[in-house]
Write a protein that binds this ligand. Sequence first.
Ligand SMILES: Cc1cc2nc3c(=O)[nH]c(=O)nc-3n(C[C@H](O)[C@H](O)[C@H](O)COP(=O)(O)OP(=O)(O)OC[C@H]3O[C@@H](n4cnc5c(N)ncnc54)[C@H](O)[C@@H]3O)c2cc1C
Length: 384
Amino acid sequence: MSPTYDVIVIGLGGMGGAAAHHLSARGARVLGLEKFGPVHRRGSSHGGSRITRQSYFEDPAYVPLLLRSYELYDRLEQDTGREIATLCGGVMLGRPESRPVSGSLLSAERWGLPHELLDAKEIRRRFPTLAPHDDDVGLYEARAGLVRPENTVAAHLQLATRHGADLHFDEPMTRWEPYRDGVRVHTAEDVYTAGQLVLCPGAWAPELLTDLGVPFTIERQVMYWFQPTGGVRPFLPENHPIYIWEDTDGVQVYGFPSIDGPDLGAKVAFFRKGTPCTPETIERTVHDHEVAAMADQVGRLLPSLPGRFLKAATCMYSNTPDEHFVVARHPAHPGSVTVAAGFSGHGFKFVPVVGEIVADLALDGATGHPIELFDPARLAAAPA
Ligand SMILES: Cc1cc2nc3c(=O)[nH]c(=O)nc-3n(C[C@H](O)[C@H](O)[C@H](O)COP(=O)(O)OP(=O)(O)OC[C@H]3O[C@@H](n4cnc5c(N)ncnc54)[C@H](O)[C@@H]3O)c2cc1C
């Protein structure tokens, strides 16, 4: 018979990897099951870079979690020696009333976070790669920057293994059921039992969390790499910040400094302009008309882009209707199941703190972190 575990974690991507680490570091006997190999590209945690920032325009309630996430990212770097975070600074750009600007300002003021408000002229002077409209402004935050998704996932898996977790790759869970005081999990290879189940399914949330009643929608997103005219030097992290820019038509684009050498140029993407998909049906080919639309949009903000198109890659967002996360005990199985899903395209910067919260919920039944915003009850379909 298979050994029994304290906790089984399903999905070893961003969130599940962090959960496996935090759970095993606290002494729990952990089994992690992952559908694909370690650090793969078929979910949501690949593509070389993710924005991180503290003056959070989505809601000030995220700020304490971000402060903790920054501490845990530092520790992850120290504990593994991997390059994880680059705090090159970041500007949230647009009209003063745009969400990136007004929402970031709200969070910065509410939490006393260091920031500067810059007008368009000052932005162009300090960051010559950016040429916003004359009536755009920017909230600059020195503590913003980027984190490396693949290195983060690899670091968490490495630490989880060091703490004794059993991590099984290419072994998807096929189903689970309540069993005695805990759960029983089936795969094609075996059946495992545990006191606690943690579900971190990413874009597979619609199939793994049907009984949650949350209408998750999965979206195909594209990341683009362009070679700037004049080379990457002005785009190195010491010269070029991360940015999110809302244009006058409400379209948001964001981008990164050049961090992977001259051959990979600089990465840019649309924020929230995806198309519905499923992990099985997602179109992985990026078409010329998509590249042309991106090239046109970035050219409006960055005079030395698009330059030359280098490559593109697809990824998935798992959206909730209000774009806030779902992190909670499962309402139908509150004694034995924890869920972390619906990260709605902005979850990566929270990966370490979500790992910590999930470990609190699974091992203690509660967390001291403020997660009221992530309660699935707010989204559950009203009974007919
Ligand atoms: C293009 C793009 C840009 C983004 N930019 C940012 C950004 O700048 N800043 C930011 O903070 N966030 C960003 N995000 C969001 C962030 O990357 C995600 O919120 C985060 O990666 C989600 O992690 P996850 O663990 O939920 O999903 P994943 O990392 O995909 O992990 C889910 C895992 O579950 C596994 N799985 C599924 N079903 C099973 C099963 N039955 N059995 C076993 N395993 C299973 C999958 O194989 C997968 O490995 C971006 C996302 C994308 C796609």
